[in-house]
Design a protein around this ligand. Sequence first.
Ligand code: PLP
Length: 418
Amino acid sequence: MDDELNRREDFPILSRTVYGKPLVYLDNGATTQKPLCVLDAMREEYLNVNANVHRGVHWMSQQATELHEQARETVRRFINARSTTEIVFTRGTTEGLNLVASSFSDAFLGEGDEVIVSVMEHHSNIVPWQLQAQKKGFRLRVIPMTDEGVLRLDEYERLFSPRTQIVSITHVSNVLGTVNPVQEMIRIAHEHGVPVVVDGAQSAPHFKIDVQQLDCDFFAFSGHKMYGPTGVGVLYGKENWLDRLPPYQGGGEMIENVSFEKTTFERPPLKFEAGTPDYIATHGLAVAIDYMTSIGLDRIELHEQELTRYALQQLSAIPGMTIYGPLDTHHPSPTTHHPAPNTHDAVISFNVGAIHHMDMGTLLDRLGIAVRTGHHCAQPLMNRLGVLGTVRASFALYNNKVDVDTLVAGIRRVQKMF
Ligand code: PLP
């Protein structure tokens, strides 16, 4: 059992205090802290090789371009894409999902068509589709879930019709922690000839992603949720889809030839990367990925699963506690590289008795414990659960059992105040 990775010294911010109390950072689903190696690499690039990428003949521009394109290769390896031409740099998951929704809708969606999403989507996998639906007249069909927070695959299969054009689903729920059976869902969609977008914001930070094994058509994730900098993310797209999609934004870098009469575009991925990319951040993301892989994705997964299991046990013992989502956790599978479907990943949402989630979050904060409260950008899911919001604790590789014990003691202390 590897329940202690002992990497806290790589993250100096973790030794700060808040209101005079040692910080217990349990808001990793929102964003993770950054290891020194990422901060150092970005500072070093600004200090020594800062120049705009792709368009310069001078030495520094070429160095910066090389780092930027090496980062693309690092991402390719990380998710096992076939080619770097399938790796589009974005600002984050939200931009990746907007890109697919917009370009796919422009090319393939019309009046009466249908797009399948699930009831547990983050707003960033609902609203971009709705914006396009208003323009094009297609509609969203929604996969329901059980009371345990597991998607109803029987209902999913029934949602397919001759008008279904695309499925867009989250890999791991940012509220329930549910690991959805995306591989199976992709197989079913492909049987209907329908492509699938996977929102990997909450999966890529926690276990090994293999886009070829998943056979997903698109996969979006954010750098800042996996120890990388803010403002950078990735959209993976199968080459045959990226080739067929129209550009998302226009500008420099994405063109082949421009005249006032007609513009021709670069091949993917540049076709989707208008303007100066955040090349310092792409380098930072690559260093974050190297950091994770040097520890080992399997070890990170094992550690976080151990912690999630421990936290679910300890939290369940608190009187009045309601935990949302499945209660089973998973063991990493070295053969499939995929956690068992419908188990609980490193995000735990809960409410305690009649205590308002905001009160709980505010009082925990006074004890130095950073958790998230509210609807977590998933209002349709809150409606399904019949709550206005929840308290959410989410783990990263640097959290440990002391953090969980402090959270549990904090909740018990808040309970006594009510
Ligand atoms: N999808 C899920 C499941 C998320 O948890 C989040 C962020 O919390 C997003 C999408 C949006 O990510 P970002 O804000 O980094 O674009």
